[in-house]
Design a protein around this ligand. Structure first.
Ligand code: ZN
Length: 86
């Protein structure tokens, strides 16, 4: 709990059925449209909440696991598992 991470919203996309991760900023920006740009670059059309949650998008998961800005050696990154993974 010591690491500060951007707040992420998980939204299921109506077009591909995957649940994508959307940052707080993108969520705020896309709110009125109902479209959100996920961390993987996919534009999410929010699915109705009555549907079952989809699978988490593997591309999003990948992006979250390996932030492009992080210049951390691979071995050190290993301990940083994506939280929802447990
Ligand atoms: Zn995604």
């Amino acid at each position: 709990m010591s690491r500060v991470e951007p707040f992420l919203v998980h939204i299921r996309c109506d077009t591909d059925g995957y649940t994508h991760a959307v940052t707080e900023d993108e969520f705020a920006a896309g709110r009125h449209d109902g479209r959100f740009r996920a961390v993987c670059g996919h534009v999410v059309l929010a699915a109705p909440m009555i549907e079952e949650p989809g699978r988490f998008d593997p591309v999003c998961r990948d992006v979250l696991r390996t932030p492009p800005s992080a210049a951390v050696p691979r071995q050190e990154r290993r301990g940083l598992r994506w939280r929802s993974r447990r």
